[in-house]
Structure formats: structure tokens, C-alpha cells
Design a protein. Structure first.
Length: 79
């Protein structure tokens, strides 16, 4: 589901959207950090199946979250 803030949206809705975007970005960054650690150290339990699952999760559209975050900041300035 993609959340889009509209100029007529209430302040609380814009704040909620901002929190969602920030949380999504934080989670993606944490996943990327863990993925990099696993790739570098390669523990014995880290199988191809885990590698593929993490790689797939990293491909989820985070760039859209950055777009929403920029749009939300612009709406806050306008408000």
C-alpha cells in the first residue's frame, strides 16, 4: 500500500505519514547493515536461502519512501 499526503490532509495524518516513512527508511537501513555484516563474515548457518531472502527484501521499493518523505516535508513547510 502506498500512502500519499494530500494538501488538504489533516496535520495528524501528515505526521503519521512522516513516521511511517521514517520507520520504513530506518528498517531498510538496519536490514542493509545486517546484510552487509552477514555477507562479510559469512557464519556457517548463513545459507543461500537466507542470502536470497535478504536480497529480495532489500529490493523492496524504498525509493518511494524517500519521495513521500520529501513531499511530506514540502507540505509541512506549506502548512
Amino acid at each position: 500500500m502506498h500512502l500519499i499526503a494530500f494538501p488538504g490532509a489533516r496535520q495528524s495524518e501528515r505526521e503519521n505519514l512522516s513516521r511511517v516513512v521514517e520507520n520504513q527508511t530506518r528498517l531498510h537501513n538496519a536490514l542493509k547493515l545486517l546484510f552487509d555484516l552477514l555477507e562479510n563474515y559469512g557464519p556457517i548457518w548463513y545459507t543461500q536461502r537466507y542470502h536470497d531472502a535478504a536480497k529480495s527484501a532489500l529490493r523492496l521499493p524504498v525509493s518511494h519512501a524517500h519521495t513521500l518523505n520529501k513531499r511530506n516535508k514540502a507540505l509541512k513547510k506549506a502548512a
